[in-house]
Design a protein around this ligand. Sequence first.
Ligand code: PLP
Length: 387
Amino acid sequence: MLQPAASIHRLGTESAFEVLARAQKLADRGRDIINLGIGQPDFRTPEHVVEAAVKALRDGHHGYTPANGIPALREAVAADLHRRHGVEVDPGHVVVVPGGKPTMFFAMLMFGEPGAEIMYPDPGFPIYESAIRYSGATPVPFALEERNGFAFSAEAVLEAITPRTRLIVINSPANPTGGVTPKEEIDRLVAGLEAHPQVAILSDEIYSRMLYGGREHVSLLQYPQIRDRLIMLDGWSKTYAMTGWRLGYAVWPEALVDHAIRLCINDHSCVNAATQYAGIAALEGPQTAVDEMMRAFDARRRLIVEELNALPGFRCIEPAGAFYAFPNIEGTGMSARQAQDRFLEEAGVATIAGTSFGAWGEGYLRFSYASSEESIREAIARIRACL
Ligand code: PLP
């Protein structure tokens, strides 16, 4: 009898991958499935970015790189953060990793152990809770509520801090709600954290380029008073339609950066070299493809919100960022899971139950609008028929 460690049974998962597999199975059996479940842009990686990777391979960049990423890429990240957020970042504090997720896992492993508490948003990206549990720490969710536009409440977060709290995860713009937390609320959180100097912050800013209605992203990097305990996560997956390349980074505080690099050395050695060159081209090249993608997302966002609000039993607030709509479906009389399963089986439309993102997601469904306007219209028409 094999004896895997107990910790392995504490790992959760990301339902989007399971729904994707179920949708694929139905498609293989000949069903016409519209997938509004998956969290990735339906655009191609910009051509000049692909070319940079091809060139890197042709030029012979086939070997290991420094574990934290090639210096030119880390310098490009620092320059990009200066351009976008007006902040000074030491390229030596940038650690390049395969996507957004490894930073999360590293942060949980660094701070999590039995007896420790780690706070995270609910509904929120499911890997937060999974990785916290895996570390042995106690996951402490804080609620994101529809009536606040799914922004976090600084007061509620600060009230839940205990002497055991080691790390707080925040995510704006957010998955799965599309919520964006206003600057005043972030100001209040940062001010309140001054009373808790032992608490670190993981700010997941993977959707930092995806805001609507003229909103500007507020990065936690813009608060010098917490820079010594801030881990700021961002990456290329969503902004440059590069989910499959596996490229992301974090800016780590001075006290943690060597630990992060050591985790890279133990875990994956480095991100594959050609992808890193593609990452430089993405940051330094023309940004027109990003702008075009965001214009398309904005049009789809308005379309899907209007269509969802016209469905019986649905109520959907306007998402301010990312590419998800998170309608309240309580009026249909179905639970989130029932609605997810029924729309997939009967209407051939893949969505994700809000409860896949935590208990506070009951009564909600996540729709990704990273899909053509035509398929959004068709998906909603099918759901209407099903209802
Ligand atoms: N953080 C959030 C909030 C996300 O929604 C995702 C992906 O869906 C990630 C991080 C992970 O990104 P990556 O695919 O680069 O690991």
